[in-house]
Ligand binder design. Structure first.
Ligand code: ZN
Length: 103
């Protein structure tokens, strides 16, 4: 039996119904070209989805929950790790320059 895959950006099960053009992403998180949508778009989509299940929550809470939920998704985890790696690289470069100019 093939293991069920989930969308890297929103966690939706990648059944034939949800599968988009991109590998590992559902059709709701990608555009017609298979490109992953922006964080804001996906967050707004998730917020709508939360409100569907919990009609009594307002937009602000729905967005907050969406943001929290996205933290567990591989796509956004990678994104923050990439930013961290970038920051580390910049710091390393700076240290290198400082060492060179120091007597
Ligand atoms: Zn998705």
């Amino acid at each position: 039996m093939e293991q069920m895959k989930f969308c890297y950006a929103c966690g939706a099960p990648l059944t034939t119904e949800f599968k988009g053009l991109a590998e590992n992403y559902c059709k709701h998180c990608t555009d017609e070209g298979g490109k992953v949508k922006s964080r804001q778009e996906i967050q707004a989509g998730l917020a709508e989805w939360f409100k569907m299940w919990q009609p009594n929550i307002d937009d602000r809470i729905a967005l907050e929950r969406a943001s929290h939920y996205m933290k567990a998704m591989p796509h956004w985890v990678d994104e923050s790790q990439n930013k961290q790696a970038e920051a580390t690289r910049k710091t390393a470069r700076l240290t290198c320059i400082v060492e060179r100019v120091a007597p």
